[in-house]
Design a protein around this ligand. Structure first.
Ligand SMILES: *Cc1c(COP(=O)(O)O)cnc(C)c1O
Length: 377
């Protein structure tokens, strides 16, 4: 008997709907899609093509220039492709040859771009308090007088956008408004997904939306205003029973106090599902949440299914996040956030298992299957 793989099902219609919702929340601002890290593990080819074709998205962000090259091939000439990490010495041609616009994240990076690509479009990233990337106010002022820089947009990044009432948001807004005023001819962008839900005040000319597109709640608390777009399921490979006093898994970390029905499923940390979910996480199977018992192993997880009236059969699929188990809840049980769970699983998922991972990546659009060529990038 052949067992099916774990699968990550991705609803491109939900991603398009989330693009519309986040755009509608910020009228007057352009919504740019952040598709770095292979579209948060959901596949940059399919996600970007859907956004470009179905909802008219024309502005995209990736982290690396190499990601931008792939995206340029997928989307053709009519999309703006921006690169968060910016150029490095000896690697400027890749921007020129693929019409990629860099974010310039330091005074040195701005000087490099001005010297090697005078007059070419660029985004100036200014630091408003996160202290990760970006020029401080003094360096921004020095760059403002550099005639070789054609700064089309000034951007910054919010450190606490997932907490709407955090005073840091207002402080960064004030700092950004002040620094951006040094560049009267440039557009302005401050908000990511969280900021796009704070208030249209934070939107300026462009919001850069990533995680919200993929249906993960960008805010730490409250109901998710977005439509979940990814579902992770894994098939039951063994249904069996343990007796009272027996244990399960590596290290025998869980011992049963009574006879317990178990289901072993084909998913593990080798597929990107965190080992931190050992004895803490759960999966939705047979109409109920079934706790993970014992340690998550590389290929396998054991679920306690004694709450189910009908025991699961081999081949039944357990949902690890999706419509019945929000990814935020699943991530919390692993001590992490939806972003990390999604990129961890999705980074190993492939349209055909074996190509870098064992999780099968499958696309639908409003329930209809998507042509494999569209989905296969
Ligand atoms: C990743 C990233 C984003 C997108 O953030 P989300 O929270 O996923 O919407 C926006 N801006 C910058 C600078 C980023 O690095």
């Amino acid at each position: 008997m052949r067992f099916q793989n774990a699968a990550l099902d991705i609803d491109l219609a939900a991603i398009c709907e989330n693009y519309r919702r986040l755009g509608a929340a910020n009228p007057g601002a352009e919504a740019a899609a952040v598709v770095k890290c292979d579209a948060y593990g959901l596949g940059v080819g399919a996600v970007s093509t859907a956004l470009f074709q179905a909802v008219g998205c024309r502005a995209f962000f990736v982290a690396y220039a190499e990601e931008g090259v792939i995206l340029r091939r997928v989307l053709g000439p009519d999309a703006a492709i921006n690169v968060f990490n910016g150029p490095f010495a000896g690697a400027v041609e890749i921007f020129r040859d693929n019409n990629l616009t860099p974010a310039l994240n330091s005074f040195e990076q701005a000087a490099l771009w001005a010297a090697e690509m005078p007059g070419a479009d660029c985004i100036l990233h200014v630091d408003t308090g996160m202290h990760r990337l970006g020029l401080d106010e003094a360096d921004a002022a020095r760059s403002a007088s550099n005639r070789a820089l054609n700064i089309t947009m000034v951007m910054s990044h919010l450190a606490c956008a997932s907490e709407p009432s955090n005073p840091m948001n207002e402080a960064q807004h004030r700092a950004f408004s002040r620094i951006a005023a040094l560049f009267p001819g440039a557009r302005k962008s401050l908000a990511s997904s969280g900021g796009a839900l704070l208030s249209p005040d934070f939107a300026f000319d462009q919001v850069r939306i990533g995680v919200g597109l993929y249906g993960v709640n960008p805010l730490d608390a409250g109901a998710n205003p977005l439509r979940p777009a990814a579902t992770l399921t894994a098939p039951v490979v063994n249904a069996h029973e343990a007796k009272a006093g027996q244990s399960v898994g590596y290290g025998a970390t869980h011992r049963f106090s009574r006879d317990t029905r178990l289901a072993t499923v084909l998913l593990g940390y080798g597929d990107g599902y965190p080992r931190a979910a050992s004895n803490r996480g759960a999966a939705f199977l047979g109409g109920a949440l079934c706790p993970i018992v014992g340690r998550v192993s590389m290929d396998l997880i054991v679920l306690d299914v004694s709450a189910l009236e009908t025991p699961p059969a081999v081949g039944d699929r357990a949902e690890f996040f999706g419509p019945n188990l929000p990814i935020e809840t699943a991530a919390e049980a692993c001590g992490t956030i939806g972003y990390e769970l999604l990129t961890g699983i999705g980074g190993l998922a492939r349209p055909r298992p074996g190509l870098g991972g064992r999780v099968l990546r499958r696309y639908v659009f409003d329930g209809a299957p998507v042509h494999p060529e569209f989905a296969g990038a």
